[in-house]
Write a protein that binds this ligand. Structure first.
Ligand SMILES: [Zn+2]
Length: 214
């Protein structure tokens, strides 16, 4: 987020349309929209983070329920964990924008990612099932930072292993959502063609019209 921009924190009902990143780790970054102009942060309380996690199926329902219960009885700790998650989210946005522009991430960025990633690994058990070894979330991994830990785990294991030229930042006005371009041609520029693609196209159209009228 540009530091001089005022961030509005608002209540938001997460819907499937908000999930365009190609991986939950990127969709987590997209819980802030409009970073380039008028940033709006959709995580207004810890339970919003749980609602988002439910939509992207980051956690099984029993753990989500346990976290919701815990947040009710320990609101101060939940709020502190939300603040940590948001700080981590902004670090991840800076990491992705850095990668897209080809710059090396600062050491504290990688240190914070590593810290959450290790917590994410610790939240898993390895089990032998149906002839293969699978990593599975532990049932006792109920702590407020679990979502940030799993985001870090996904970021390191699934997103940062992809070809970097497939990581994108939406070109749409007042958007800046990040996503994986998994299109065959590798030319996806918008988070969503019907939202940002059309907005940008109509802006270009009107700009051309204005020029012609001069
Ligand atoms: Zn967009």
């Amino acid at each position: 987020m540009k530091s001089n921009l005022q961030v509005t924190i608002e209540s938001h009902r997460f819907v499937p349309r908000d999930i365009i990143g190609g991986d939950a780790a990127l969709d987590f970054i997209n819980t802030v929209t409009g970073r380039d102009r008028s940033p709006r942060d959709w995580l207004d309380r810890y339970t919003a983070l749980l609602e988002w996690a439910a939509l992207v199926r980051l956690l099984p329902e029993n753990i989500l329920r346990a976290l919701a219960k815990k947040a009710k009885s320990e609101p101060t700790s939940a709020a502190a964990a939300l603040a940590r998650a948001k700080m981590f989210r902004e670090t991840l946005f800076a990491l992705i924008t850095g990668i897209v522009s080809g710059s090396a991430p600062p050491k504290p960025t990688l240190a914070l990612l590593r810290e959450h990633w290790i917590a994410g690994i610790n939240a898993h058990d390895l089990r032998f099932d149906d002839g293969r070894v699978v990593a599975e979330l532990r049932n006792d991994a109920v702590n407020f930072d679990l979502i940030a830990s799993l985001i870090a785990y996904r970021m390191v294991e699934h997103v940062l292993t992809l070809p970097t030229d497939r990581l994108r930042i939406c070109h749409g006005p007042n958007c800046s959502w990040v996503f994986i371009d998994s299109s065959k041609a590798g030319r996806r520029r918008w988070c969503d063609m019907t939202v940002c693609g059309n907005a940008a196209k109509s802006r270009r159209f009107h700009a051309r019209l204005r020029q012609r009228r001069k």
